[in-house]
Design a protein around this ligand. Structure first.
Ligand code: MG
Length: 276
């Protein structure tokens, strides 16, 4: 299933199941509303259905506790930035307030002159877990989505710690939906393509991960309890680079979909606004 969060006609956000049409000329892609939150408990169809074009998709999950990022998990990417490949996974956290959904703007802060995209496979955790053996990792995965680990590369270097460089509001686009039907083995064979205004910049395959998904879940859950809705960003392939206000960045992962966001100048402007 493709599980999305959406809003329609100004109503509160809801979850829905996306059904892609086999023949788009005959039937539009649709989204069927479900009750409740599939990360919390059983859900039912409400009977409400909309053409996908009529709704606004939101981030498919707002992590309740954390997004765990993995640095340098593709050898070619570590090498392009002049870094050694770490022997154990290199982890960092992004706050849940950095999450935005499809088509929402990535804000380029005035403090950076080198805002970069990092297209990544994102894992959504489905249950409370700790110390998960790698051979049981599939049991704790709710599904897979696409993430863009937006990074202010200059601040990453000057700060040393990565919190600000990767944690700014809007620096974690997620979406367009969570795919719950991919087997772990299939998720380890997916092509990732990142484009900027249609020009291809990153082309990778998840089988090139140094530490594959099951190993990452085991490693991370050894030091921190994972909660339903927590997200793991599994690292980016080679080809990262700058993006500028006015450009559009898209991350496509075969079998999942495409996540597109515009880049705009300036800070998040509704300082006290909060969108669900
Ligand atoms: Mg990254």
């Amino acid at each position: 299933m493709r599980i999305a969060r959406y809003t329609v006609e100004g109503k509160d956000p809801a979850f829905g199941i996306v059904e892609l049409a086999v023949d788009a000329d005959e039937h539009p892609d649709t989204i069927a509303a479900i009750t409740g939150d599939p990360l919390v408990g059983p859900v039912k169809y409400t009977g409400e259905r909309h053409p996908l074009d009529d709704v606004r998709l939101l981030a498919p999950v707002i992590p309740r506790s954390k997004i765990v990022g993995i640095g340098r998990n593709y050898a070619a990417h570590a090498s392009e930035l002049g870094n050694e490949v770490p022997t154990t996974p290199l982890t960092f956290l992004k706050p849940n307030t950095s999450v935005i959904g499809p088509d929402e703007p990535i804000f380029k802060p005035a403090e950076t002159d080198d805002l970069q995209f990092e297209g990544e496979l994102a894992v959504v955790i489905g249950r409370i877990c700790h110390q998960v053996p790698a051979d049981r990792a599939a049991e704790v995965i709710f599904g897979f989505t696409i993430g863009n680990d937006v990074t202010a590369r200059d601040l990453q270097h000057s700060d040393g710690q990565w919190t600000r460089a990767k944690g700014w509001d809007s620096f974690c686009p997620l979406g367009p939906w969570i795919v719950s039907h991919l087997e772990l083995a299939e998720a380890g064979q997916l092509h990732i393509t990142t484009t900027l205004d249609g020009a291809v910049h990153q082309q990778g395959v998840t089988s090139d991960m140094i530490h594959p998904v099951a190993e990452l879940i085991s490693f991370i859950s050894n030091f921190t309890t994972l909660l339903p809705g927590d997200v793991i960003l599994t690292g980016t392939p080679a080809g990262v680079g700058p993006m500028l206000p006015g450009q559009k960045v898209s991350v496509e992962i075969e079998g999942i979909g495409t996540l597109t966001n515009p880049v705009v100048d300036g800070a998040v402007d509704d300082a006290f606004g909060a969108e669900g």
